[in-house]
Design a protein around this ligand. Structure first.
Ligand SMILES: [Zn+2]
Length: 174
């Protein structure tokens, strides 16, 4: 069996016990989370969320890309979320490479350049990355000013969250 077949098998067990078919579409806790895709982060359990409670938007690095801004705008305006969290974590894979090196490797291995993705958003400073995503969201003209947007680092060794204060933000230029 393939890995996907294993997942489908697990779904049979899940569906046999399923009892959440009555949940409403708008998140009950009115929370939206932008998190890294790291496999060690079980965002729902980390934040005490049940199915139906929150939007969890994930990508490599928890980066506020155009598509994530799109999702958050829909999340707020159409589905009523009122607070946004940015969630990064220690030992992130995005700290382990440089965009340029990955692009060169891909061109070498595939024999061709590509227009997209324009950036992979690798970073070298975890806290600064969190601050930049918060600032990008905060600065967006369609993100209402009254929405709290707070950034956090999850420690993969302890399970604890640490808030990244926005006060020390410096040098953000984009
Ligand atoms: Zn990560």
């Amino acid at each position: 069996m393939s890995i996907i077949d294993d997942a489908l098998h697990a779904n049979q067990t899940y569906a046999a016990q399923f009892n959440a078919g009555g949940l409403a579409m708008p998140p009950a806790n009115k929370l939206a989370v932008l998190a890294c895709m790291d496999a060690r982060m079980d965002v729902a359990r980390i934040l005490g969320l049940k199915p139906g409670d929150a939007h969890v938007i994930r990508n490599a690095g928890g980066i506020a890309t155009e598509d994530d801004v799109r999702s958050l705008i829909i999340s707020h305006y159409l589905l009523g979320t009122q607070e946004f969290m940015v969630l990064n974590h220690t030992d992130c894979g995005m700290l382990t490479f440089k965009d340029h090196d990955l692009v060169e490797r891909l061109k070498r291995e595939t024999g061709t350049p590509a227009v997209v993705p324009a950036a992979f958003y690798a970073f070298t400073n975890l806290d600064q990355n969190v601050r930049e995503q918060v600032m990008k969201l905060r600065a967006h003209p369609w993100v209402p000013k009254q929405i709290p947007i707070r950034g956090f680092v999850y420690d993969v060794k302890t399970g604890k969250l640490r808030e990244v204060s926005a006060e020390h933000a410096k040098g953000y230029a984009g």
